[in-house]
Design a protein around this ligand. Structure first.
Ligand SMILES: [Mg+2]
Length: 203
């Protein structure tokens, strides 16, 4: 079976969320952001968010971006805690790279895929899922080395992929000179149907 490795390539790669230039995203035509939670905004299982991440999100909201957390975390209370703290909606138990939860988030955000950015620390869930949806995908380094055991296994395959991308010189940082990547065509199939696990804040 032919595997399209480009589906695992993020449009941009940054060390951390706070390094993402919001003005640049706006300039490139994006107005909605779907951040992952664990190891993207906060450490795995952590209940504490750094002031710098909080500030970045506040700035995004003040700049007019719409945000919705989409997390694979199974714990409703944990994802709601951060959603409520930040004042943004969320989708938990997302089972990324499944598309259903991303589509739920698009409905909440009232945003088309080509104006939407997904940010996450994992290639096989956040980047692959985001690319399937036709989002702009930004990969960040995981905040914490501690992870769910299944994620740790995936990291080995991820390292091999990323080192291949680095060798090819296709892993790019978002910077002032960055141009908008080609708009991807969302891949459509009907295998992503599932139980609706979307919850807006305070629900
Ligand atoms: Mg994560």
């Amino acid at each position: 079976m032919f595997l399209d490795l480009d589906m695992f390539l993020p449009d941009f790669f940054m060390n951390k969320v706070e390094d993402i230039n919001l003005e640049k995203l706006k300039q490139l035509g994006f107005d909605s952001i779907i951040p992952d939670l664990d190891n993207t905004l906060v450490g795995w299982r952590s209940r504490t968010m750094s002031d710098s991440v909080k500030k970045w999100i506040e700035t995004a909201i003040e700049s007019g971006f719409k945000l919705c957390i989409v997390s694979n975390c199974l714990l409703h209370g944990r994802v709601r805690f951060f959603g409520e703290m930040l004042g943004i909606p969320f989708v938990f138990r997302a089972i990324k790279p499944r598309k259903k939860s991303f589509m739920d988030a698009l409905k909440i955000l009232d945003s088309p895929p080509d104006r939407t950015v997904v940010i996450g620390d994992q290639v096989f869930t956040d980047v692959f899922g985001g690319n399937r949806m036709g989002f702009l995908t930004i990969l960040v380094l995981p905040i914490d080395k501690k992870e769910f055991y299944a994620t740790l296994i995936q990291r080995t395959a991820e390292k091999i992929l990323l080192s291949g991308f680095r060798k090819k010189g296709v892993l790019k940082e978002l910077c002032e000179e960055s141009e908008r990547p080609l708009i991807k065509t969302p891949k459509t199939n009907s295998s992503d149907e599932g139980k609706n696990r979307t919850l807006k804040k305070n629900q």
